[in-house]
Design a protein around this ligand. Structure first.
Ligand code: ATP
Ligand code: MG
Length: 349
């Protein structure tokens, strides 16, 4: 049982930077929560405050109801894998993993038992004598993970642990870590700026923007019901069209759509898979700028008369050519005003 409760946490760096701004977040027992956000949004700073590597300017962090803010990292029930992990190059794999237990003065036979078990768990059995420079990038990441897991933390903190790895290895390790996390039931806070990583791993995703929570939701909810244009644009691909509503019709350059909201400026949001195109008899709403064939589907890049680019997903590339005039029909869409969702079409629900 381990619940992480973050209340009103802020972090100022000097006078100018407010890296984390009065943030609230609860991570439930055994839950994996991803922190997702652009570079500089405060993800690492928040994680480092939970791990004890950064002192908050204000607020409270409790683990199972106990305040940890005044505890140094080694006295917190947390284990952290850093964004740029540094293994100890003068120690072999076994010693790297055992080091934290040695610091805690555990008996030798217990250390051996726990290190062997965790090496097995992360797929490093038999690698104990290897020097760290004799490992691949993926194996090094496993050592970094094992170093944290061996301490049996109540809360696991992972800061972009796979950032330096290639796509395939990243996907594999992602699945392995999720398996291990679920098997051990470790409450986990995971930082990434890869939305695929967040969507595929997380029980819930926290989208951070300028040190504040923009939205917290399960992956499918975040994808289908983004609460703000920022989240809509950040998760998956989204066409965001700034325009105006007048008498129940949204319009922007050649594009228009019925939209039953009051007159005024609106951000119209439609996913490429929901923006249907059809060959136009005349000038059409948009012109095709480029067609990219991905095999399973194709993406048609469109240009409105005022230069705004949109994307439409189609089943096959061969019906479409550059320069062709098309009409546009949004099948499912949302609308935002003043940074809040004001309308979602039936199909988008
Ligand atoms: N030690 C520091 N001194 C001053 N400013 C800092 C310090 N550490 C972080 N910052 C600033 O705080 C803000 C948040 O940084 P942070 O490292 O938390 O971002 P991040 O979301 O992890 O970004 P990235 O995705 O690039 O890792 C940034 O504006 C950063 O420049
Ligand atoms: Mg970071």
């Amino acid at each position: 049982m381990a619940v992480l409760d973050i209340k009103g946490i802020s972090k100022h760096f000097g006078a100018g930077v407010l890296a984390v701004d009065n943030l609230e977040l609860t991570v439930g027992d055994g839950e994996l929560v991803c922190l997702l956000g652009p570079s500089g949004s405060g993800k690492s700073t928040l994680l480092r405050m939970v791990g004890g590597f950064e002192t908050p300017s204000g607020g409270s962090i409790t683990i199972d109801g106990e305040e940890v803010i005044h505890l140094p990292p080694e006295r917190r029930p947390t284990g952290m894998v850093f964004q740029s992990h540094a293994l100890w190059t003068h120690m072999n794999v076994y010693k790297n993993i055992a080091f934290g237990l040695k610091l805690r003065r555990r008996p030798a036979d217990e250390i051996k038992r726990r290190v062997d078990a965790v090496m097995e768990l992360v797929g490093l059995a038999g690698y104990g004598e290897r020097q760290t420079h004799q490992l691949s990038g993926g194996q090094q990441q496993r050592v970094a993970l094992a170093r944290s897991l061996v301490l049996e933390p109540k809360i696991l903190l992972l800061d972009e642990p796979f950032a330096s790895l290639d796509q395939h290895l990243r996907e594999r390790l992602r699945e392995e870590v999720r398996d291990i996390q679920q098997r051990l039931g470790i409450t986990t806070l995971f930082v990434t700026h890869g939305q695929d990583e967040a969507l595929s791993m997380a029980d819930r995703i926290v989208v951070l923007r300028d040190g504040k929570v923009e939205q917290v939701a399960a992956p499918d909810v975040l994808y289908r019901e983004p609460a703000t244009p920022f989240v809509a644009g950040f998760i998956g691909t989204m066409n965001l069209i700034e325009g105006t509503v007048s008498n129940g019709t949204f319009s922007r350059a050649g594009f228009s759509s019925p939209l039953p909201v009051g007159d005024g400026p609106v951000t119209f949001a439609v996913r490429p898979e929901a923006l249907v195109i059809a060959p136009a008899a005349g000038a059409g709403a948009a012109k095709i700028h480029r067609v990219t064939d991905y095999g399973t589907h194709a993406i048609v890049d469109l240009e409105l008369p005022d230069g705004l680019r949109l994307k439409s997903m189609v089943p096959e590339a061969r019906h479409w050519t550059t320069g062709q005039a098309v009409d546009l029909a949004p099948r499912a869409f949302s609308a935002y005003r003043d940074n809040a969702l004001i309308y979602r079409s039936n199909a988008a629900r």
